[in-house]
Design a protein around this ligand. Sequence first.
Ligand code: NAG
Ligand code: NAG
Length: 198
Amino acid sequence: MAKPLFTFFLLFSFILSILSITIAYHPPKHSKPNQNFIKSSCRATRYSSLCYHSLKGYASKIGQSRRQLTLTALAVSLSRARSAARFASQMKRARGINRKELAAVKDCIDNMSDGVDQLNRSFQELATMGHTNGEDFMWHMSNVQTWVSAALTDASTCADGLSDRHYKSGNLKGAIQRRVNNVAQLTSNALAFVNRFV
Ligand SMILES: *[C@@H]1O[C@H](CO)[C@@H](O)[C@H](O)[C@H]1NC(C)=O
Ligand SMILES: *[C@@H]1O[C@H](CO)[C@@H](O)[C@H](O)[C@H]1NC(C)=O
């Protein structure tokens, strides 16, 4: 009889100690204000919920810096654009794809890889311009603005191109469009951050 009771006691104190650790644990002090900074900045974007969810994982890196926020938004958009372009490239070899569909997918890949370049240039420009001031700053930022809008046009062109044609394979089209639309929305959000500097 004594043994099960002892086991129960052990188990009970184990659970108690887990509970007290959980209660004593507080997230890092800075994480809350940083997440609030992201949330309030994202309110000014068109896809604010996507904006917040795509950036909140980088709260500690972003801190309260508008520049870091914009850089991170560009990096997220760039990485999604790359994987959307890669995905579309794989779809060129999809079974049963017809000639028209293949043409639309190829155009889309062209547009997306152009978009990837534009986003990459934007990121590099903003990352390397340092803390220049006045006119110089505005000149760099307007470059970034131009390239990010071009990337947005690229993604929209791709998505529109896919919906124009008559597809038999709705799944294929849908799968590419979902990714490209996601890129377009992230890019639109990044552009909103860029525009606030200009
Ligand atoms: C999209 O790609 C097609 C095919 O390469 C090209 O004709 C068109 O100009 C591109 N549009 C944009 C905005 O890049
Ligand atoms: C991005 O730009 C950098 C510098 O301009 C270049 O070295 C790199 O290859 C580019 N990456 C992509 C994926 O285009």
